[in-house]
Design a binder for this molecule. Structure first.
Ligand code: PHE
Length: 448
């Protein structure tokens, strides 16, 4: 097996740096685009409640498991399963994670590219450069999609090439506070506009009759995607984690940051829909809310245009930059997974690994750019199904192969006395029984 130089592998400089990076991975299009639009179209506050349950009861325990595997092994997802057991099967689970990461990244950059393009669309619209503005609103325009996806991928590669602390940690430490600042300012603006209160009601008053198997499946998939679970992103990030750090506590911070920002994004976008309706923009198709892509890429820009003037310009640019920043901190973690795999398992130098793999994935992104309808299929296979399956197998691994006692022993580093806590009694039961049962039930009931 190849030897990895420690400079290529790297480690986090500080606890805050790790939390920002992991929260950056978690907070992405899933929070600001996916979550609010799913809440809006799939059941309002009822969806929110199920999503929160999935996050805390299923997602959080799995996150602790992934971080423990990562830190104990000090390896990428494939190497980690090899290092912690003799099983021939589980390294393939790691490989499945790497594949899911690669495929998710291939379409993620295209959607991120739409968002980034819209930031410029707002500027061109303001100056009356209509042809250019219209080009950027065309989500089906292959060459345009491919060029912006490439810009996005180059940015991601550049950051990954810089290494763990000088690249990923530095970049996310600057971007995450910016992102939070922007959301808070946008909420402040939206909530003071006419019509917003109706959106707030829709968001926060639950209608329990809307809860059914498909809503639960969707909310669970959303929780996995949003927390970056099930594909080894957090195994990888955990492998750069110092033994001094408290894993359950770090996971709790990351989970809270992810949920908190998803919640805030909902508080910004759902009321904004109703502000748009108040301004005469159609947000319903029949009696259904418009689809998720339309909500963010048509209705919101229409709202910014209706507001008009400098205010419309600033809000539009800032909103789409927000979306782009959130996406970038996630694409970094998606690319880091196959890159760490190549560094650990094939001894590739970090810079080379980042460029080769990044450009390889870009080739798939170009195909997606010209056929955006692939996004739905990829999303279903590698995200909705792929991540929960990965999460299920990670639970089985930690529960029955590596054993939860070994994981708790690893967590004792940075959390002395963990064995006496309630956490140490409850978490193993979740990993062995509750999480796999719920995930499996969900996957099966979705097929039935
Ligand atoms: N969590 C990211 C989001 O919410 C997406 C992601 C999934 C990133 C899996 C890394 C791994 O957008």
């Amino acid at each position: 097996m190849a030897v990895t130089s420690s400079s290529d592998r790297g480690s986090w400089n500080s606890k805050l740096g790790f939390i920002m990076a992991a929260a950056g991975s978690a907070v992405g299009l899933g929070n600001i685009w996916g979550f609010p639009t799913k809440v809006a179209t799939e059941g309002g506050a009822a969806y929110l409640i199920i999503y929160l349950l999935c996050t805390f009861l299923i997602g959080f325990p799995v996150m602790v498991a992934e971080l423990s595997i990562g830190r104990r092994s000090g390896k990428n997802p494939v190497g980690a399963f090899k290092a912690l057991s003799d099983s021939k099967f589980f390294p393939f689970v790691g490989l499945w994670g790497v594949i899911c990461g690669v495929m998710i990244l291939s379409f993620y950059t295209v959607i991120a590219g739409w968002a980034f393009g819209y930031a410029f669309e707002e500027i061109f619209y303001y100056f009356g450069w209509d042809t250019l503005a219209q080009l950027l609103t065309d989500t089906g325009h292959g060459p345009k999609n491919a060029v912006i996806a490439a810009v996005f991928m180059f940015g991601t590669i550049k950051i990954i090439s810089g290494g763990v602390s000088d690249g990923i940690e530095k970049a996310t430490k600057t971007m995450m506070p910016m992102l939070i600042g922007i959301i808070v300012i946008m909420i402040g603006y939206v909530l003071t506009q006419d019509g917003a209160s109706e959106g707030v009601k829709e968001y926060l008053l639950p209608d329990f009759s809307k809860i059914n198997a498909s809503l639960i499946f969707s909310a669970m998939g959303q929780a996995f995607f949003s927390l970056s679970l099930g594909m080894g992103a957090l195994i990888t990030y955990g492998s750069y984690l110092n033994k001094k750090e408290n894993i359950p506590q770090a996971a709790a911070f990351v989970t809270l940051a992810d949920v908190g920002i998803a919640f805030l994004a909902g508080l910004m976008i759902i009321p904004a829909m109703y502000v748009a309706r108040n301004a005469g923009i159609e947000i319903f198709v029949g009696d259904q809310l418009a689809s998720s892509t339309d909500l963010v890429f048509q209705i919101l820009p229409a709202l910014f245009h209706t507001i008009g003037g400098a205010m419309g310009l600033i809000l539009g640019v800032v909103f789409f930059l927000l979306l782009s920043i959130a996406a970038l901190t996630s694409t970094i973690s998606l690319l880091e997974v196959p890159v760490s795999y190549a560094i650990d398992e094939y001894g590739l130098e970090r810079k080379k690994a980042a460029w080769y793999i990044g450009l390889g994935i870009l080739a798939v992104s170009v195909a997606v750019s010209f056929n955006p309808s692939l996004i739905g299929t990829f999303d279903y296979v590698f995200n909705n199904l792929g991540l929960p399956i990965g999460g299920l197998l990670i639970c089985v691994f930690v529960g029955y192969v590596w054993k939860t006692d070994s994981a708790i022993a690893e967590m004792e580093n940075g959390f002395i006395g963990i064995k006496q806590t309630l956490f140490a009694k409850v978490w193993p039961f979740f990993i062995k029984v509750i999480c796999p049962a719920v995930i499996l039930y969900n996957i099966v009931s979705n097929f039935l």
